[in-house]
Design a protein around this ligand. Structure first.
Ligand SMILES: [Zn+2]
Length: 276
């Protein structure tokens, strides 16, 4: 993906508002989110599918929830997680996730797609029966097995998605962390996806040095692979998100603002990006 010229100064969005689609590029739409809800996207939006985060499925199928070695489920109620993590080693879960991808592409009328929550919950997850059996059969150690499980899932999705494939990465660029904490082997995944996207969220961005540290870490970590930063926008003071945008745009190929509803604010932020 080339980000040359004026196009590189476009602002992207993650949005729930139809009027934003077409006004910003790219415009991602959460067609299936971590609650388990399905919200059909308007034409022109790139669907985002939360694959292994799903509160509703976790309730219906507790046997699909990721667990640690002590059996603690990866849910909001039992740990500090923000949603329920279901397990990518479960064949039924993988099948559902691929079905969501197909459904999203059919509904969008487009060819691009973003994978969200393709991840293990944290280090220590998952030791469900499917993971334990899968790891034993693979002959791999625990970390390698998890990386293989997620890489093969992205390979399966790559076969389904004809256009650009985007993948969300947790904002932890420390060497080895994406691999060992989350099961994401960036070096293998970079040949499968067209761009990575890293959410770096805050409700105030009252300081930005940490945005810069994370962003600079990813520049080193991804070594030239196309990459976007996603900032949180809703109800964040415009001057603060603007400063974070300045930092993010220095390091990333593209910056997205997520969940902001105010179209005029987004347009002013895009003008700021373009030096206006
Ligand atoms: Zn598992």
């Amino acid at each position: 993906m080339s980000e040359a010229g004026a196009n590189a100064r476009r602002l992207g969005v993650v949005t729930r508002y139809k009027e934003h689609v077409g006004a910003f590029s790219p415009a991602f739409w959460e067609v299936k989110d971590v609650s388990g809800a399905w919200v059909a996207q308007p034409l022109g939006a790139i669907p985002m599918v939360s694959c292994f985060g799903d509160n509703r499925l976790g309730k219906a199928h507790p046997e699909w929830i990721q667990i640690d070695q002590a059996g603690t489920p990866a849910t909001r109620a039992s740990r500090y997680f923000d949603w329920t993590a279901i397990c990518p080693s479960q064949p039924a879960v993988r099948q559902l996730a691929r079905d969501w991808v197909r459904r999203a592409l059919e509904a969008s009328g487009g060819s691009d797609l973003r994978l969200d929550d393709v991840t293990y919950a944290r280090q220590g997850y998952c030791y469900c029966p499917a993971c334990v059996a899968g790891m034993a059969a693979s002959g791999l150690d625990w970390s390698a097995y998890r990386q293989q499980t997620l890489t093969s899932f992205v390979e399966e999705v790559r076969q389904i998605v004809p256009g650009s494939l985007y993948l969300t990465l947790y904002p932890d660029p420390y060497p080895g962390h994406l691999e060992d904490r989350f099961g994401l082997n960036v070096d293998l995944l970079k040949s499968l996806v067209d761009a990575f996207i890293t959410p770096i969220y805050d409700l105030t961005y009252s300081t930005t040095y940490w945005v810069e540290d994370i962003a600079h870490g990813f520049v080193d970590r991804l070594a030239g692979s196309p990459w976007m930063i996603e900032l949180y926008g809703l109800d964040v003071p415009e001057s603060a998100v603007g400063r974070a945008l300045d930092v993010a745009a220095f390091y990333a190929d593209r910056v997205l603002i997520a969940y902001e509803r105010d179209l005029d604010k987004l347009k002013r932020l895009e003008a700021r990006l373009q030096g206006g």
